[in-house]
Design a protein around this ligand. Sequence first.
Ligand code: ZN
Length: 255
Amino acid sequence: MKTEIEQLAKQILNSRRIVVLTGAGISTESGISDFRSPGGVWDRYDPNDLNFQSFLSSERSRKIYWKFHRDFYLPMKQSEPNDAHYGLAELESMGKCHHIITQNVDNLHQRAGSSPEKIIELHGTAFKVGCLECGVQFDRDEIEKRLDNGEEVPRCPYCEGLLKPATISFGQAMPEAETRKSFDMARVCDLFIVLGSSLVVYPAASLPLEAVNNGARLAIINLTSTPYDDNADILIRKKCGEVMRSVLELLKSKN
Ligand code: ZN
């Protein structure tokens, strides 16, 4: 009887096109708190102040939003990728990770060495700031400097439009191109791996089933149960970093 880790290694070896969906669970292992879980940044703010409509309509909400987002961004910037992020970069170098679809906005896949063109940031990125009027983007740190100097609600230097971190807020439309590409990737893969997502936030949560319905195998690695556990061929309730470390050891011993 093979262990789940051995089964996963075997599936990876036997698959030609592998897509990985990563969620908050992979980054909590880097010390980034899942802001939906108790004790997270969320507890200190009223969600009504943070949705997209409030951002558009109220200067007071925009001030709160930027303050919230700084509380969230500054520790995130200090965090480091972990074995799961590094493991995915290594899988890519072995030709075994064709796309990473991530619900995270923390840039850790890029920092671990995964190719930017293989990463689909479904919920945007906290490391850029965009103008809601003209669409121009800035590095987050450039805008952070302005906040350090006392600005509370930064505006676009070109058009005076509202600037907002390039993450998808509650109530804000999902990025069309990224969403379409994620579903396309889910349909054409032969192995879909969920790494650290509880699969409760849509549309990301629909991707595993999209893959399964188009013939892919499904592996779910998450500490807690998900609504799609019954659809999984391989189900592992362990930490992402630990699993990736063991799987890579096995894969290397077979090469
Ligand atoms: Zn602008």
